[in-house]
Every structure is written in C-alpha cells, then in structure tokens.
Design a protein around this ligand. Structure first.
Ligand code: S1T
Ligand code: MG
Length: 541
C-alpha cells in the first residue's frame, strides 16, 4: 500500500499535473522528500512564494490543466495568498498543497511557529481563495477527499487547497481514484443550445465573444470550428487575448471597448445577440465600453451556467454547450478573419524607444523566428501586448496583480519547454523579477523585456502629479550577469533590435533587455484606456 504522499503525487499526475513548484519549510520537509524520492513529478523550487504561485498558475493556464504549488504552513502558504487569489479570480486550476503541524503538536498548549490566531486560521483563509479544500488528517478518508478536490479543480477550473500534516505523509494510504467528470444533464445542454441557436438565427447582428474559459477547458479548436460554421464575427475579451491564435476563425480582434479597435467595439456593443463563451463579466473586460452590452439579448455561458436574457440554464459545463451547439450549427453569416493590423517594420535608428516600438520589434522577431509564448505583468507592458501578434498570452487581465510576469514566464518554460518572452515594468520587476536567478539551475532562458520608465507610470496616467509615482533607476541590466543571465540596457530603437536579436541567438541563458522609456511614453491602448475611463470620471480626484 503506498504512503499518503505517494498516493497524492500519483493522483496529481493522474489528474494532469506535470510538475510542482515550491518552497519547503519544516512542516513540509517530509512531503518534499517524497516528491524528490518518488520522482513522479519534477520539483522546481523558486525564491519567494508569490513567484511559486504565479509560476504554477501559468503552467496551469498554458496546459489547460492542473498547476501545483507546494509550500510550508503559515509563512509559506500565507505569503502566496495574492497569487492564489489571482488564480481564483481568473479561473485557473491551481492546486495548493501546504504542509502543516502534526496532530499531536498542537496538544502541548504552546503556540506553534508560523501559527496565527488558531491552528486552522490558514485553512479558514484558503476557504475564501479556493473552490474546495481537504485537510488530510485521516488516511482512511484521504483518497476520497483528494479525488473530490482534484475533480473540482479540473472540472470547475478553480484553485483548491490540500493541507498535509507532516505526521500523515508516510501513513499507509489507498490509491486515489480519478472520478468521472462532474455530472450534467445532456438534454438540458441540448435545450440550452437550441435556445441559443434560435436567438442567433433571429438576430440581425449576432457576434461571438470568446473568454478565458475556452482556454481553461481546452475548447479553442471546437470554438474556432463553431465560429467558422456559423460564419459569425468573433472577438476575444481582453482576458481572452491570444485565444484562437493560429486556429482558423473569423477573428476580428480583441474587444477593449473604447480603448481598442473601433470596428470591434461597435460590432460587440451594437450586437443584438452577443454570444459570450467563457467570458468573465469584469470591468477590465467591459469597463471602458462605450455602451453597455445589452444583456437582455446577450447569451452568457460561464461557470457551468448559461444565461439567455432572463432564462438561466444551471449546471451546463461550457464543453457540453459547445458540443451541443456544434451538433446543430449552420451558416448564419459570412464573416472572415480581419486582416492582421499589428505594427511591424521597426525603423532601427537612434530614435528613443516607445512602447509601440517594442511591439514592432517583437512582431518583427516573431515574423523571423516564429511566435513565442508571452507572460506579461501588469502595467503598460500588458497594454503594449495588445499590439503584439496573436500568441499564447498569460497575463493578469482581470485581477490585475503585479508580480506574475517573470515567474509566469518561468512557469511557461517549465510547462512547455518553449522559450518564453516576458513583458514587465520596472515596478513589477522590483517585486518578483529576481526569480530570474533560478533560471540557470533549472535550465530556463526567457527573453525578458523590461519597460524601464523609472515610474509607476500606469498610476501616473490615472493620477498625474504626485511624486510618489517616481521610481529610481535601478540599472537592472547590470545585475543580470550576476544572476546567470545577460543584460542589455537600451535607449534607442537600433539598440533594442540588436539586443532582441542577440537574445534570440543565445538560448543558453536568460536575457534581460532593459528598455529605457521616457516618463509619459505610453502605449496607444493605455492612452485610450485612461482616456475612456476619464470620460467615465471613475478615477476621482
Ligand atoms: N500592487 C500590486 C501587487 N499590484 C498592483 N496592481 C498594484 C499594486 C497597483 C498598480 C497598478 S499599475 C502599478 C501599480 C503599483 C504601477 C506599475 O508600475 P510598473 O510595473 O513600473 O509598470 P508601468 O510603469 O508600465 O505602469 C494597477 C493599476 O493596479
Ligand atoms: Mg514603470
């Protein structure tokens, strides 16, 4: 009979996990020993738990499968709360495994190190960040607990929490079963699909809007086929950026309200039957809409529910709805993909660099070597990414935390073996960019473009004036060699192109390209985003 640790590791692998990111602590050392000895899943340790959570979340998003973050009790797990919150808000199936004190340790009447108010304070906090939890105090019930929790992570694409007391790691434990998918009523899925199709048929301007759940449930090819069959104009939400990239679909582009392409904005907002598949109804997806989407005519399929004006079809998983729609889909239009309008052809001269130049340089590189997966942090780098060729993009498009950029890039390379491009601002790099120091021992070699405007520039666009937006010039590129990488500090377009080419030509280590930007030099998307928000005067003083 295997140990509880081995049964858990085998179950993670059986449910699609392919690696573990983590930082141990004394409450987690017995489990980490099992991870290494069992060799069931590779272990990638990093330097700070926020990075562990962001990296595991990115691996989950790229693979549309489970990401795993293993940490110690208290200081470790609570350090990772923000990253898990982002995974929850953005529907990423992140499995958090935390070590914990053994059953008898609390009985001595002493406060335990890493304990907060009570021994279960951490579990109480994680109940708010996850869709299911298991505290493995009994090896007899552990297999069923683990099976239930991992099925919820997989089928609901949300984080889950597993607490593993250190005195339980070696307990004999039965294997963990892989449960069948959460059940649903196929007749209800077909009824919902029929109602959706009837709505689309009677509409004059039906449009499809694609959101993150399409990626989370591995539905891109099916949705591309659905859009092609229906022949309807199709856009992605801000968070859904990069979806259907490379799939043949009548893709218009990314809907960014008034901050984005005008034709896409009008098509989505003027639609009398907007079919939203897997879209998070959030301010970053719809916050700068010129006109609110008319939800009375819209269809919203999200979080295992289909809403069609005032009708609600409960417990309809998105995959079931898409399959049912594919069964009855017929041509309703003749939409075709929009011509590629991404800026290309960087003029390699001595002019200072702007964010749009960075997008151009990246598009030119992609034309030359093929597309790279991108991890973007929060800041103008994410808005600049809207001008980059469609490719896999992992970014905090809704919860909008700073910090994921570099660790998510490491997660992308660990999960895919492909060299990623990371886009990050100087403020965000100050938070988690130092995880680059772990690349050498893991054999990772991301190309990192650091937008160094010596500023919290995005905040300054919201609130011009205060000096607290000013940051110092940390000369990040100078620090790269000491961390095992190469650094380039560039201030002109010709130097940017040379640095990007040199980085691509050297896959042996990470390359940190520190691009000096003037304060006030922002992307056109951020400019339009802030302009639209100003018009809505939600920024206050
Ligand atoms: N802390 C964390 C963890 N996440 C955040 N999103 C914020 C604070 C607020 C915040 C922004 S954008 C921003 C902050 C501080 C400045 C980002 O600076 P930098 O990385 O240098 O990028 P850029 O100069 O392009 O703005 C969002 C609005 O919440
Ligand atoms: Mg900045």
């Amino acid at each position: 009979m295997p140990t509880l640790a081995r049964a858990l590791l085998t179950a993670l692998k059986d449910h699609g996990a392919r690696e573990i990111f983590g930082i141990p602590g004394d409450f987690a050392l017995p489990f980490f020993k099992h991870i290494e000895d069992s060799n069931l899943l590779p272990l990638h340790t990093l330097s700070h738990e926020p990075g562990v959570g962001f990296a595991a979340d990115a691996a989950a998003r790229l693979r549309s499968g489970l990401g795993v973050a293993a940490v110690t009790y208290g200081a470790g797990a609570l350090n990772m709360v923000n990253a898990v919150a982002q995974a929850y808000a953005e529907k990423s199936p992140l499995v958090v495994i935390s070590g914990a004190p053994g059953a008898s340790e609390g009985a001595r009447g002493l406060g335990l190190h890493h304990q907060v108010k009570h021994l279960d304070t951490q579990a109480v906090i994680y109940r708010e960040l996850t869709c299911d939890q298991a505290i493995l105090r009994d090896a007899a019930t552990a297999p069923a607990e683990i099976a239930r929790v991992l099925r919820n992570a997989r089928d609901r694409s949300l984080p889950v929490y597993i607490e593993l007391p250190r005195d339980m790691v070696g307990a004999p434990c039965d294997d963990v079963p892989v449960l069948p998918p959460l059940p649903w009523d196929d007749a209800a899925a077909r009824a919902a699909a029929a109602a959706v199709m009837a709505r689309l048929k009677t509409a004059a301007r039906p449009v499809i809007l694609c959101g993150v759940e399409i990626r989370r449930f591995g539905l891109e090819d099916k949705v591309a086929r659905l859009a092609r069959t229906l022949g309807l104009p199709t856009a992605t939400s801000f968070m859904g950026r990069g979806l259907l990239a490379g799939a043949e679909a009548p893709l218009m582009g990314t809907y960014l309200g008034q901050a984005g392409d005008e034709a896409v904005c009008h098509a989505v907002e003027d639609s009398d039957a907007l079919l939203m598949l897997g879209v998070i109804l959030a301010d970053t997806n719809f916050g700068v809409s010129a006109r609110n989407v008319d939800m009375r005519n819209a269809v919203h399929a999200f979080d295992r529910e289909v809403r069609l004006s005032h009708h609600v079809y409960p417990n309809i998983p998105l995959p079931a709805l898409v399959d049912a729609l594919l069964d009855i889909a017929e041509p309703l239009g003749t939409a075709t993909a929009a011509a590629d309008a991404f800026p290309r052809g960087l003029v390699a001269d001595d002019a200072p660099v702007t964010p749009t130049d960075i997008a151009m340089a990246v598009n030119d590189l992609f034309d030359r070597v093929g597309r790279l997966p991108i991890a973007s942090d929060m800041g103008d780098c994410l808005f600049t990414a809207m001008d980059i060729e469609h490719t896999e993009l992992v970014a905090p498009g809704y919860y909008a935390s700073m910090g994921p950029g570099v660790p998510a890039g490491l997660g992308l390379q660990a999960a895919s073996g492909r060299r990623p491009l990371v886009l990050v601002g100087d403020g965000a790099f100050q938070m988690t960019g130092w995880e680059l120091g772990n690349c050498r021992r893991h054999g990772w070699a991301p190309i990192v473009i650091l937008f160094n405007n010596r500023s919290w520039e995005m905040l300054r666009t919201f609130q011009p004036g205060p000096a607290y937006h000013d940051l110092d010039d940390w000369r990040f590129a100078d620090m790269a060699p000491g961390m095992g990488g190469a650094g380039h500090r560039v201030a002109t377009r010709v130097a940017l192109k040379a640095a990007l080419d040199a980085a691509w030509d050297d896959p042996s280590r990470f390359h940190l390209i520190e691009v000096m930007l003037d304060r006030g030099a922002i992307s056109r998307t951020l400019e339009r985003f802030v302009g639209a928000i100003r018009k809505m005067s939600v920024l206050g003083a």
